[in-house]
Design a binder for this molecule. Structure first.
Ligand SMILES: Cc1ncc(C[n+]2csc(CCOP(=O)(O)OP(=O)(O)O)c2C)c(N)n1
Length: 627
């Protein structure tokens, strides 16, 4: 096993291979993907489903001269394996190993980086325009999933390409799945298209027939063309892609290498935008993933034989606690509804939907729509919660400002995966939301120190009339007991311990790190107080002022970039109120942080108890000497 893949350093090595040999290669690639991801976790289902498509693309196109733009990039493990990263692949998503997505610095074959969905078509249109302006001739191919097509941005790209009539190939990799089964009217439409396998041949026959009709010149020609068009639509209604100006090829079996190669080859010769509709199966070739594609979208380690996903005995995750809390509240408040943008399971909305199916909404990969949809619901008297990863809320930023906050509508954002996320890396870190949310008038931004407090903050958010973002991190809670819902005083921080030398002011679970650091500082004769800030907006300036009065140094802690974050908010207050006590900010640097264990980065950036102690000692030392 592996001998075919052993022969491949780059696509050059297999471009001349027969379809049969490519099938052997596909088998090797599948085995390698399963073997590696069973240890590292990763995007198993999408990558197994795209193996033949990726081989066909590299066979037909002269990569990297021809440009293949992968949407998201989570389906491209086969691409990594045939473009010089076979050895490194074993360390997929590990610190220093290859990214789970594409990275321009990893390979000249990675010509576009993503992680967020639905950017490929726009990027490819840009590249195609650049090509034409430079008088070059290479091909540009965008590969997008049916899930990605649920985002407005994908349609903005199609719209523009159709308008430009530009030479561009869009491959629609249609597996009828987003992370969960795909949703929406468009998904229904694609199902209709998929069930017309003879469409392509029928269309060709019709074209041949129509082309054979005799035409006369002048005005008669135009009339005849119109009659032909009418006939075309009468016999075979055009599909939406054709209406947008694309030549449509397909649907075609995306695991039949011979057919794929033939159709992609044909698409090269069309002078204008082409859409190749490829039907694939998520998890293809691995029974467990074929059977449970949602669970195998992005599992952690699993048994490569049985497909049993490793379970860690951990307390319930923050997302689960939030989902359950929302259910609890919704039992007493018929106005509460839950919204997800294509992530029902991981956000807790699926659990909510099981209890309140008519009050749960999966809107597709449509964070912009979700935000304004929530604003609309709130404007009409409902109390919506949009549960969304911090990183994906970035997509809905104008909607947060313009639709929610400007109208001061009581939308609650459950900002999940806030902070570092680990293996998904730079595009998925939830480290910008404090900055982009707290700067908007009317918005409130809070984060609990643990899951019990997250629950109370969520409850409190629904008791007040403004937009609110409740942040919480990825993964398991601390296992603290969950108390009945009573809320927390809005905008109030909490003293956990007092100390005359320094006050550590933490935002979020990092408060526990502050407590550990305070213990260690005490062992070294330094009195450190700890404040659980709870709110980045409104800031509890009373408690902060008290801390400034009673200690010689304030140190803020957060898992977020330092620019614009919680510490920045405290600095703004310190400047505005001239507190006269130094404020130091412990946060993440102004850089994109790659994939790797969260603990590694926390240590690297001084956000562990040890790091905090070291820095606090450094800051107190000169003051001690002066004293
Ligand atoms: C803007 C944005 N929202 C949510 C996600 C999370 N996400 C990752 S993959 C995925 C499903 C993509 O479905 P599709 O494009 O059909 O690709 P497939 O995984 O089925 O190959 C989603 C929702 C994302 N990457 N980007």
């Amino acid at each position: 096993m592996g001998e075919w893949l052993d022969r491949v350093q780059s696509p050059e090595d297999f471009r001349h291979w027969s379809i049969r040999d490519l099938e052997h290669l596909a088998r090797d690639i599948r085995a390698t993907i399963i073997e590696t991801t069973s240890k590292t976790g990763g995007h198993v289902g999408a990558s197994l489903g795209a193996v033949e498509l990726i081989l066909a693309l590299h066979k037909v196109f002269d990569t990297p001269r021809d440009r293949i733009v992968f949407d998201i990039g989570h389906q491209a493990y086969a691409h990594k394996l045939v473009t010089g990263r076979r050895e490194a692949f074993a360390r997929l998503r590990q610190l220093g190993g290859p990214s789970g997505f594409l990275k321009r610095r990893e390979s000249p074959y990675d010509i576009w980086e993503a992680g967020h969905s639905s950017t490929a078509i726009s990027a490819a249109v840009g590249m195609a325009v650049a090509r034409d302006l430079a008088g070059e001739t290479y091909h540009v191919v965008a590969t997008v999933g049916d899930g990605a097509l649920t985002a407005g941005m994908a349609w903005e790209g199609l719209n523009h390409a159709g308008h430009l009539r530009i030479r561009l190939i869009v491959v629609l990799n249609d597996n009828s799945m987003s992370i969960a089964p795909n949703v929406g009217a468009l998904s229904r439409y694609l199902t209709g298209l998929r069930s017309r396998p003879g469409y392509q041949r029928l269309k060709q026959d019709l074209e041949t027939l129509l082309d054979g009709l005799p035409l006369v010149g002048g005005p008669m020609l135009r009339v005849a063309e119109r009659v032909k068009d009418g006939l075309r639509h009468l016999v075979l209604p055009g599909n939406v892609f054709e209406e947008l100006g694309f030549t449509y090829f397909g649907p075609i079996d995306g695991h039949a290498l011979g057919d794929l190669v033939e159709l992609l080859e044909r698409s090269k010769h069309v002078d204008g935008p082409v859409l190749v509709h490829v039907v694939t199966q998520k998890g293809r070739g691995f029974k467990a993933a074929e059977k449970a594609p949602e669970r195998f979208h992005g599992p952690g380690p699993f048994d490569a034989k049985s497909g049993q996903i490793a379970k860690t005995a951990a307390p319930p995750s923050y997302s689960q606690v939030v989902g359950e809390t929302l259910i609890e509240m919704a039992r007493n408040d018929a106005r509460i509804v839950a919204i997800t943008a294509a992530m029902p399971d991981s956000t807790g909305v699926e659990a909510f939907a099981r209890v309140f199916p008519e009050r749960a909404f999966d809107v597709g990969i449509a964070e912009q729509h979700a935000t304004t949809f929530a604003a609309g619901l709130a404007a009409a008297g409902m109390r919506p919660a949009f549960l969304v990863y911090s990183t994906f809320l970035q997509r809905g930023y104008d909607q947060v400002i313009h639709d929610v906050c400007h109208q001061d509508l009581p939308v609650v954002f459950g900002v999940d995966r806030a902070g570092l996320v680990g293996a998904d890396g730079a595009t998925h870190q939830g480290v910008f939301d404090i900055a982009f949310l707290r700067t908007v008038p009317n918005m409130n931004v809070a984060m609990g120190k643990d899951e019990a407090e997250t629950r109370q903050l969520l409850y409190a958010a629904f008791q007040q009339p403004h937009p609110a973002a409740i942040r919480y991190p990825r993964g398991a809670g601390r296992g603290v007991p969950l108390e009945p819902l009573v809320g927390v005083p809005w905008g109030r921080a909490e003293w956990l311990r007092r100390g005359r030398d320094v006050t550590l002011v933490g935002f979020g679970p990092i408060v526990y790190t502050a407590l550990e650091a305070a213990d260690e500082l005490a062992r070294r004769g330094i009195e450190a107080g700890v404040v659980n800030a709870r709110f980045a907006k409104p800031l509890d300036t009373e408690t902060l002022a008290e801390a400034a009065r009673t200690s010689r140094l304030l140190v803020t802690l957060e898992e977020h970039v330092r620019r614009g974050g919680f510490g920045s908010a405290v600095l703004e207050w310190a400047e505005e109120s001239q507190i006269g006590v130094p404020v130091r900010v412990l946060a993440l640097p102004d850089e994109f942080i790659d994939h790797g264990p969260v603990g590694h980065f926390l240590a690297l950036y001084g956000l562990t108890a040890e790091g905090v102690v070291k820095q606090v000692l450094g800051w107190l030392e000169p003051a001690r000497k002066r004293a």
